[in-house]
Design a protein around this ligand. Sequence first.
Ligand code: HEC
Length: 132
Amino acid sequence: MKTFRAYSSAVFVALAMILIFCSTHVNVVDAAQASKPSDTPAGNAETGKRVFNKIGCYQCHGREGQGSTMTGPRIAPDPVPFEVLASYVRKPSGEMPPYTAKVVSDQELADIYAFLQSRPHPPAAKAIPLLK
Ligand code: HEC
């Protein structure tokens, strides 16, 4: 009977692991769907530029979001997915100060995002005569 008990508890542990795996797997799929680009809210790049400068994002990330080693990383062009930006601005985990909805609304964040996305890419180094 001892072997049967050992066997059934092994089966129980295996079932529990499968359940845990399945539930975490579902969460991963949810997260992947949540970050689809189609979920990015529409924003106005002109308004975004104004807000970006007014509330001081530019002080650390530069007027173009180009960043600077001493103050803050590059955030444009090709910013992180909108949800990442929105949640980071509300609850940063490093040196950056938090911005509540009183300071910058969700719509204004969407506008800032549109501004960051609209920044042109720099020319390739090969295309700059002085670097040849
Ligand atoms: C006082 C300087 C400062 C200001 C002002 C500031 N940031 Fe930041 N930001 C940082 C720093 C430094 C980081 C790097 C992570 C950290 O230390 O928090 C960062 C990180 C970020 C990131 C994450 C980048 C990544 O690749 O994960 C985003 C997005 C961002 N900032 C957007 C903004 C926006 C939008 C504003 C204006 C609402 C803003 N920041 C204002 C300093 C600043």
